[in-house]
Ligand binder design. Structure first.
Ligand code: GRF
Length: 208
């Protein structure tokens, strides 16, 4: 069974959805939650759910690379196959990216490449879009860049606040993130992502 780890900085609702999904499906095991925020709510969820967890602040390390070596070594000690970012508010550096090459996924609360960064929901509302959404992608060194695996639109309604839109987006995230993670580690990724990841044309007839 695949071993997954989740990295989170905040509430951890996607982490919890993922734990419930994989406990039911039994196709993967969430073996670890790591956080850069020792007070984050995701750690309480991990305790309640019985998932091993650890947290360290970046500022308690001499530099970001030492912090990432801690993450990498902790993941390797638990024999983690794939890493899932769920509200992890940091860019991944070369140490993590090299150790888990194309095996780190992220979820973003907007239709990328629109509204990357930390304030996607507010920015989409301020811009006045009528449709926003959810993007799940493979992580590279950029901010919310990397090959897209899945997108789903979410309508924006008149009178929406950041809270109401975030809630609508979250329900899509909780439903889809575990399924896309599962499809990815089972090798069922989209053609577009395969092309972008492996930089080669598919060998099968894709019909267009
Ligand atoms: C989600 O909206 C996700 O798209 C973004 O951060 C939020 C995390 O929420 N990257 P939670 O901590 O999983 O509740």
């Amino acid at each position: 069974m695949s071993k997954l780890a989740v990295l989170a900085s905040g509430s951890g609702s996607n982490f919890e959805a993922m734990v419930h999904y994989f406990r039911q499906q039994a196709t993967a095991d969430i073996v670890l939650l790591l956080s850069d925020q020792p007070q984050a709510q995701c750690l309480n969820r991990a305790e309640r759910l019985g998932v091993p967890a650890a947290a360290q602040r970046v500022r308690d390390f001499p530099d970001k690379d030492s912090y990432e070596r801690w993450i990498r070594d902790t993941l390797l000690d638990s024999a983690v196959d794939m890493v899932v970012l769920a509200g992890y508010m940091r860019l991944c550096g070369p140490t993590l990216l090299q150790a888990f090459d194309h095996r780190i996924l992220n979820i973003h609360p907007a239709l990328l490449p629109s509204f990357p960064g930390k304030h996607a929901v507010e920015q989409a509302l301020d811009y006045g879009v009528q449709v926003s959404g959810v993007t799940i992608h493979v992580v590279d060194e950029g901010m919310d860049t990397g090959p897209i695996l899945y997108q789903e639109p979410v309508p924006v309604f008149a009178g929406d606040t950041p809270e109401t839109l975030q809630k609508r987006i979250a329900s899509v995230e909780h439903r889809m993130y575990p399924r896309v993670v599962e499809a990815y580690f089972q090798g069922e990724v989209t053609l577009k992502a395969r092309r972008a990841i492996w930089k080669e044309e598919p060998t099968w007839d894709c019909g267009f």
